[in-house]
Design a binder for this molecule. Structure first.
Ligand code: SF4
Length: 367
């Protein structure tokens, strides 16, 4: 583990994936922890065969940026590995999601972990079949997608390691309710660096379909801390996600978000292409947006989704405004972000997290 990162989370905003990730890596310099001969495993989230813009899978441009960064510095022992979920074919996902092309272009081996050999590893009451390829890596870089999940509420760094077990084990994980096995898997199989694709992530479903543009990449080396932060970004408290608490108890990492040092490398004030279809339409109907940044608007949509899940969307009666067009304007109703600081009431931040927006809006619900 790169101990120099410790409680730090690096954050970069924007949608130019390759450029952003190279800038973060240049700030962090993870190669200083490595020997040139180390086997570096790149583990994206290719749950199914859908392109990254649909919100389920890791943008291959992020992985391309990491490959270029390491190859330029003389690290040539890299591989890509993934096992899609039980219902999907990983080889097809490699093709559709752009990873076969990536492997060919940079001349890296591509390992389908659905077809790997497995080692049985026992921890507490669990015996897990973990892919031998993942176990032999010296350094695992995990590339989860920041997204909602129908069973566990969120999925990010800890849960993405599930791609490194056999299909039989994945079925067992679901029978056991996911939370405890995910925590134990992370006790056994350590990730060394986490680069979160937060450019597009799904609103509430791990297989995508309702992408929310959040325009950010996060980097850290503590999966519990990263997931705690991701929970806030999606409008949850870390304690609401059982596997985060369990992993912290097992010593996988820290869920003490108040001790995290979040380092923002830039700001991104490009306004978003507002989506108002699918499940997002109902939520977007509550909002008046004028040149809102994707990171800000995405956070608001996640916060509204949490209120919707509580069945309380109708209790939000005041107009909600967001975006740069409202700067310095006196506004009736509720403002989101520092651009709307002249609203009747506003939540500060540029952008505010979904968690902060949620707390702000919850205080405005009427019975
Ligand atoms: S507060 Fe304004 S400038 Fe900042 S992220 Fe939101 S919309 Fe963009």
């Amino acid at each position: 583990m790169n101990t120099s990162l410790n409680n730090k989370i690096y954050l970069s905003y924007g949608n130019q994936a390759k450029k952003l990730v190279k800038e973060i890596l240049a700030a962090v310099k993870p190669e200083q922890q490595l020997k040139k001969s180390d086997l570096i495993a790149l583990k994206p989230n290719l749950i199914n065969a859908t392109p990254a813009e649909q919100g389920a899978t890791t943008d291959p441009e992020i992985v391309a940026g990491v490959i270029e960064y390491f190859q330029l510095r003389g690290f040539n022992n890299l591989m890509i590995m993934e096992g899609s979920w039980v219902g999907a074919n990983t080889t097809r996902a490699f093709q559709v999601c752009g990873y076969q092309k990536l492997a060919d272009h940079y001349q890296l081996p591509l390992f389908n972990l659905q077809q790997d050999s497995y080692q049985k590893i026992k921890i507490a009451d669990y015996e897990m079949e973990i892919a031998s390829t993942a176990l032999k890596a010296d350094y695992i870089i995990n590339f989860p997608v920041l997204k909602g999940h129908c069973q566990t509420k969120i999925t990010c760094a800890l849960k993405n390691m599930k791609g490194c077990i056999s299909n039989r084990e994945k079925r067992k994980f679901h029978q056991q309710g996911l939370h405890a096995p995910i925590a134990y898997l992370n006790k056994v199989l350590k990730q060394d660096l986490i680069i979160v694709d937060g450019i597009y992530g799904d609103l509430d479903f791990e297989e995508g379909g309702n992408p929310v543009q959040m325009n950010r990449i996060l980097l850290g080396n503590d999966p519990v801390l990263i997931d705690s932060y991701a929970a806030r970004l999606l409008g949850y408290q870390p304690a609401e996600i059982k596997y985060i608490t369990l992993a912290a108890k097992l010593g996988v990492g820290s869920n003490r978000l108040e001790q995290a040092e979040v380092i923002e490398l830039n700001q991104d004030h490009q306004s978003t292409q507002l989506r108002a279809d699918g499940k997002i339409k109902n939520l977007a109907a509550k909002v008046k947006a004028g040149s809102a940044c994707s990171a800000c608007y995405g956070s608001l949509i996640h916060a509204l989704k949490r209120i919707d899940q509580q069945g309380k969307l109708d209790q939000l009666r005041k107009p909600i405004k967001i975006g740069q067009d409202y700067q310095k304007q006196q506004l009736a109703g509720l403002g989101i972000g520092s651009c709307c600081s002249k609203a009747e009431k506003f939540v500060p931040g540029c952008p505010p997290s979904a968690g902060d927006i949620l707390e702000f809006l919850q205080a405005e619900l009427v019975n």
